[in-house]
Design a protein around this ligand. Sequence first.
Ligand SMILES: Cc1cc2nc3c(=O)[nH]c(=O)nc-3n(C[C@H](O)[C@H](O)[C@H](O)COP(=O)(O)OP(=O)(O)OC[C@H]3O[C@@H](n4cnc5c(N)ncnc54)[C@H](O)[C@@H]3O)c2cc1C
Length: 410
Amino acid sequence: MARSGETHTTGSDHQSIDAFHDVLVVGGGNGGVSAAGRVQRLGCRNVAVIEPRAVHRYRPLLNYVGGGQAKLDELTSTMASALSNGISHYRESVRLIDPQQRIVTTDAGRRLRYGDLVLAPGLLPDVDAIPGLAAAYHAGWATTTFVPEAATQLWPMIKSTRSGTVVFTVPPEPAPCGGSALKPLFLACDFWQREGVLESMRVVLAVPTDTVLGVPFIDRRLEPYLEKYGVEVHTGTTLSEIDPESRQVTLEGPRGAVPVHNVAMAHLVPPYRPGAWIAESGLAQSETGLVDVEPQTFQHCRFDTVWAVGDAAALNTRPSGGGLRKQVKILGDNIIAARLSKEFGRYDGYTVVPITVERHRALVAEFDRDGRPTGSVPLIDLTRPRVPFWFFDRYLEPLVYQHALLKGRV
Ligand SMILES: Cc1cc2nc3c(=O)[nH]c(=O)nc-3n(C[C@H](O)[C@H](O)[C@H](O)COP(=O)(O)OP(=O)(O)OC[C@H]3O[C@@H](n4cnc5c(N)ncnc54)[C@H](O)[C@@H]3O)c2cc1C
């Protein structure tokens, strides 16, 4: 694939381009901020990020907010402090991209030209795709840690529920570390067990995979805990409809619709979808709407100066923030390699799902795109739930994220 020309103002475009950036990044979440920091570290100057929000969130802590172990402000920082010094921030949303002309147009009408474009816009929670879900959130008996504003509602709900039927769901892929939705389930069960009320409750879990996580060597570790808490697991099952007034949650599984009546409280995670502008810009994979990149190199399948990482990229693996650690390093190297006509590095689909199974005990599921174990720490079995893994996930990882990953030190 030949690289397009490097000039940034041509003919009729001359008047209409507001600025040029050597590397322009779309999205100021985990992938975008880390990628911007990384390419700057590799020597790219004039790097900018387009991100409409003024705040940046370390989202893995949201599940600990829901489990009563963290506060929302602990995981929230300003975009200015998240970004490395010298990186520009446009507080706007991308509306359309012309990958041939290498022009990005924002909702403010700004037109930016780029040398290389990195897409990291994440996925959008599609609450409206499930009839009754928004109303159930509004009614106050259902919530989700996957929407920051709603995450704080879960712990009070868990604490005030002492009996009855409760429902937890894991979203279908693609989703931002969907399997981490098991964390609120286990934290709630651990709490109810310690309070002595779990035995009088019916705990229903719906997972989209054929087994609890769909990864056999991790399922083996999770199953004893599901048994210990007496969880009724519905595999191959997703959320299909909610009646917010009668408090009925309908799940859709291998045997059709499964109505769950009189739900006392529920942790219901919405399905996710990519932004429509990706397809409208001619950059999407037709089947999924995700950015159509080569899953091992992150380079777009048709436009050589377009790249994508993170949840919105078609990488044939389960999205996660931990996966971005590897993605961002290879992405940065490959952008430089493309400029120097050198060989690309390759990504094996590494992903990670940390799961707390008790209040202070977690396991770390690391695997590649084929579900094979890819342990990143030699000689330590991270799949065996332990207290230090919980401590790392809850307290140390947020520091590593803030001080190293976001700054491109990967
Ligand atoms: C509740 C929860 C728990 C999680 N737990 C874990 C965990 O324990 N471990 C783990 O590894 N991962 C976890 N994750 C997943 C992890 O947070 C994501 O995989 C990661 O944030 C993906 O990064 P991203 O940059 O692709 O997308 P995001 O972090 O979602 O960032 C995308 C950004 O792009 C912006 N954007 C969207 N559209 C546009 C546009 N048109 N123009 C400009 N900007 C745009 C958005 O505003 C957003 O800020 C969790 C996620 C959630 C929600």
